[in-house]
Design a protein around this ligand. Structure first.
Ligand code: ADP
Length: 404
């Protein structure tokens, strides 16, 4: 039995194949189809029997998915002999609104939900849906399961998800906080509990997913109670190119003073703000750290604003949960940058949060716990694995349906 995980973007299809064995899921192959719809597209694949790379003309997602099948069934280096070996295909979907609270079979009703929330996630949901429709054609006998980034946050209480605008807009448009990165939070919270050797149900965790998109989640005894991203991924932390929290009146004044349209301000806050906008240099934390070390104050300023915003959310979520037992860092910046972790947590010693510098420099060598022994709050680095969560939930659905 094989489970295929698909992460479909506007011009890419990423995939990972797992073998479902008695001992659990084992990764067997992975790859990507890139630059779909452009002049030249790239197909890359790596399996246990070798690698495949070639260029091709891939006009759309359906053709892209045919290439996924082609490399997976390659007679020499492929991982399966026939598409029917794939019993489940798990699809990553960004926005499921309030209708979805867990993994679901990607039937027509679910396709309509994905379509409905496309207006709140225009860069992601339409591309996710293209992937689902293409995969259904290429793997017609498999069970297709949608796993949503928003689902983890369905436990957030009303006082945390409502915005203080006229209530009718919540009813009319579904304007509320939904939250994202839920698949990653599912994984890292579970792993953190394992590493600490304590049940998730006894832990208050603040999880920081710090990648090019970044958010924080407050997870109280296994249930998410608040998160920093909102109706869309624009709210909350400073990100690579997104502003995160701002005074909403800025939208109005930028339109007036710069003569911009609503679409243009929206684009400015999503694509040209954050670390990139503040520094005027880059959205890449690696580049900014390098520049800061060379004395570039604009880079340092951007990184300090980033770190301060995360620190402020940590304080807020300690208040939201009445305390915290563990702080977890994950994704590109959270996993890879000791400097940013230190900048974020410095000054929190009185709140019981103390980093150990040597552990922070090399978390893997210290069992992923980077707080000092006398730190009341445990601090961990947990490399995320979103594909594994999608594969597990897909397998669970496959087995459920077989039993039922
Ligand atoms: P995505 O959200 O695109 O999946 P990632 O989780 O890979 O992104 O995170 C990308 C971010 O991680 C970038 O800002 C990048 O600069 C940062 N990053 C990656 N490696 C390092 C590193 N060694 N030090 C600091 N930042 C890093």
């Amino acid at each position: 039995m094989k489970i295929l995980v698909i992460n479909s973007g506007s011009s890419t299809i990423k995939f990972k194949l797992y073998g479902a064995e008695s001992g659990g899921l084992r990764e067997e192959a992975s790859g990507i189809v890139e630059r779909i719809g452009e002049e030249v597209s790239y197909v890359r694949y790596r399996g246990r029997r070798g690698e495949i790379r070639y260029e091709a003309k891939v006009r759309d997602h359906e053709e892209g998915m045919a290439h996924v099948l082609k490399v997976l069934t390659d007679p020499e280096k492929g991982a399966i002999a026939d598409p029917s070996e794939v019993v489940g295909v798990g699809h990553r979907v960004v926005h499921g609104g309030s209708e979805v609270t867990g993994a679901v079979v990607a039937d027509e009703r679910v396709e309509r939900i994905i379509e409905k929330y496309s207006r709140m996630a225009p860069l992601h949901n339409p591309a996710n849906l293209l992937g689902i429709r293409a995969a259904k054609k290429v793997f017609p006998r498999a069970l297709h399961v949608a796993v949503f980034d928003t689902a983890f946050h369905s436990t957030i209480p009303e006082e945390a998800y409502l915005y203080a605008i006229p209530y009718e807009y919540y009813l009319k448009y579904g304007i509320r906080r939904y939250g994202f990165h839920g698949i990653s939070y599912t994984y890292v919270c579970r792993r953190a509990a394992e590493i600490l050797g304590r049940p998730l149900e006894q832990l208050r965790i603040i999880a920081c997913h710090l990648g090019s998109g970044a958010s924080v989640a407050a997870v109280k005894y296994g249930r998410c109670v608040d998160t920093s991203m909102g109706m869309t991924p624009l709210e909350g932390l400073v990100m690579g190119t997104r502003s995160g929290d701002i005074d909403p009146a800025i939208f109005y004044f930028l339109m007036k003073w710069e003569g911009l349209s609503a679409d243009e301000v929206y684009e400015l806050l999503n694509e040209r703000s954050g670390l990139l906008g503040l520094s005027g240099i880059s959205n890449d934390v690696r580049v900014l750290i390098e520049e800061w070390r060379k004395g570039n104050e604009a880079a340092g300023r951007a990184l300090r604003v980033f770190a301060y915003r995360v620190r402020k959310y940590i304080g807020a979520y300690m208040a939201a949960m009445g305390g915290v037992d563990a702080i977890v860092f994950t994704a590109g910046i959270g996993e890879q940058s000791p400097l940013m972790r230190k900048l974020i947590l410095s000054g929190l010693e009185e709140l019981g949060i103390k980093l150990d510098d040597a552990r922070n420099e090399n978390p893997a060598a210290h069992g992923w716990v980077i707080s000092s022994d006398d730190s009341k709050v445990k601090v961990l680095v947990v490399p995320t694995d979103e594909e594994l969560v999608i594969a597990e939930e897909t397998l669970r659905k496959v087995l459920e349906l077989r039993k039922g």
